[in-house]
Design a protein around this ligand. Structure first.
Ligand SMILES: [Zn+2]
Length: 203
């Protein structure tokens, strides 16, 4: 078993040596060297890139912590604003309920005032009617004045005038009755008040 294995290994070694001796040429070696060099430079580039990325990562981590603290302040601000909003909406609710009650009050007040307003309106209309009535009545007031004048004139016209003598107790219709000398003309009522009686000849 061991011999077989050792023989196999020997055979492999011989094959390898044969390959090295005849197979590896200078060109292949140069190509492999160039590949190795380019791989080396690529590795260096990648390493520098890795350090760059690592520093960038550190920056991003710092930025992240900054943003996280900022986020924390914003969140606390947000909770403040939300509580403020809650307070404001509660205020709004009370204000709107107040508004409703004020509206109700105004409606009932308007309801109460309606008859007074209507009364005032009708009064205003009546005043307007009075004002228009007052502007036209001039011919009505002047008409009765002209009517009263002819009534008083006939009364004075129909007062009977009589003649009374300077001496005697009779009044006369005729101024030349009983040979009167310069008799005085007075109204019949005045003559009777002065005690004169009607003359039997001319009355
Ligand atoms: Zn007489």
């Amino acid at each position: 078993m061991k011999k077989k294995l050792a023989a196999l290994f020997l055979c492999f070694l011989m094959l390898l040596l044969a390959g090295c001796g005849s197979g590896i040429k200078q060109e292949d070696y140069d190509a492999l060297k160039a590949t190795s060099d380019s791989l080396q430079s690529e590795k260096e580039m990648l390493e520098s890139e890795i350090t760059a990325l690592q520093s960038e990562h550190g920056d991003l981590l710092n930025e992240n912590t900054g943003l996280q603290s900022e986020n924390a302040t914003l969140q606390s601000e947000n909770t403040d604003l939300q509580s403020e909003k809650k307070q404001l909406s509660a205020d709004l609710q009370t204000k709107s309920s107040e508004l409703v009650s004020v509206k109700d009050k105004y409606a009932s007040y308007k309801k109460k005032m309606k008859p007074y307003e209507e009364a005032a309106k009708s009064e205003a209309n009546q005043n307007d009617e009075k004002a228009t009535a007052k502007s036209t009545p001039e011919p009505e007031t002047s008409a009765p004045e002209t009517e009263t004048q002819p009534e008083t004139e006939p009364q004075t016209e129909y007062v009977e005038q009589v003649w009374i003598p300077n001496s005697g107790s009779k009044y006369h219709r005729d101024s030349s009755c009983s040979n009167m000398k310069s008799p005085t003309q007075v109204s019949i009522s005045e003559a009777e008040r002065m005690g004169y009686t009607p003359c039997k000849r001319c009355y």
